[in-house]
Design a protein around this ligand. Structure first.
Ligand code: PGA
Length: 256
């Protein structure tokens, strides 16, 4: 047992229009009324953020963006700042998702700049890391994860301090959108490695408090088993977060 509150987060990626976003939020809100002990978060596309915020109303649903730029303003066509996300109602921001890293050339150095800028705006970063299939098969999982941690969290390392509210998400790239989930044992092994790394780099209190989510083909039927592992503190859900009848059972994994 530990004191970390489980977080179930939905990463909608480039899906759902305004009405669909508001409707999904309302459907989730209705189903989780009175539910305690789980933090629920949704990350809609930028254009849906204000509509989602409005639909959330008083419900206990946190709002995140899927990315941001590190500069506060200026000539950066197509980018969005932390301040803009705060104005749209976000409390969290997903950074360094593997799709950003692989499709849009985001490096750990860039993720680090974004983490720093997010913290300055009071946004809680959800920092994604994870190895490719190639790296896993070559036995390089821990090496790659460590490299990504050292690079993406460089400003925390330089400051010798990591805010315990920081959220990490371990998402093995080979398990994202493929239907292949890491087994709970495989995931736990990496989560444990990450927590040990935090303890070595920072301290035990921080390692005990930081939440590490698992992502990659999380579904209602594997959520409970994953969540039962000591170092898995929640899930970052892609495909199954787009429908209330799949996402809500993941939030209520304890009832299954
Ligand atoms: P998935 O995506 O649940 O569709 O595998 C997870 C993610 O990319 O965050």
């Amino acid at each position: 047992m530990n004191d970390r509150t489980v977080m179930i987060a939905g990463n909608w990626k480039m899906n759902l229009n305004l009405d669909e976003s508001a409707n999904l939020v309302k459907a989730i809100a209705e189903e989780i009324q009175g539910l305690d002990g789980v933090d629920v978060l949704v990350a809609p596309p930028f254009t849906s953020l204000p509509a989602a915020k409005q639909a959330i109303g008083d419900a206990r649903i946190l709002l995140a963006a899927q990315n941001m730029y590190w500069e506060p303003d200026g000539a950066y066509t197509g980018e969005i700042s932390g301040q803009m996300l705060v104005e749209a109602g976000c409390s969290h921001v997903i950074l360094g998702h593997s799709e950003r890293r692989s499709l849009f050339g985001e490096s750990s150095e860039m993720v680090d700049l974004k983490v720093k800028a997010a913290m300055l705006m009071g946004l809680i970063p959800i920092i994604c890391i994870g190895e490719t299939l190639e790296a896993r098969e070559a036995g390089r999982t821990f090496e790659v994860v460590k490299e990504q941690l050292e690079g993406s969290l460089k400003n925390f390392i330089d400051e010798h301090s990591m805010p315990p509210s920081t959220i990490l998400a371990y998402e093995p790239v080979w398990a994202i959108g493929t239907g292949k989930t890491a087994t709970p044992e495989q995931a736990q092994e990496v989560h444990h490695f990450i927590r040990q790394w935090i303890e070595e780099r920072f301290d035990k209190d921080t390692a005990d408090l930081v939440r590490i989510l698992y992502g990659g083909s999380v579904k209602p039927d594997n959520a409970k088993d994953l969540m039962s592992r000591q170092d898995i503190d929640g899930a970052l859900v892609g495909g199954a977060s787009l429908k209330a009848d799949l996402f809500v059972p993941i939030i209520k994994y304890q009832e299954s």
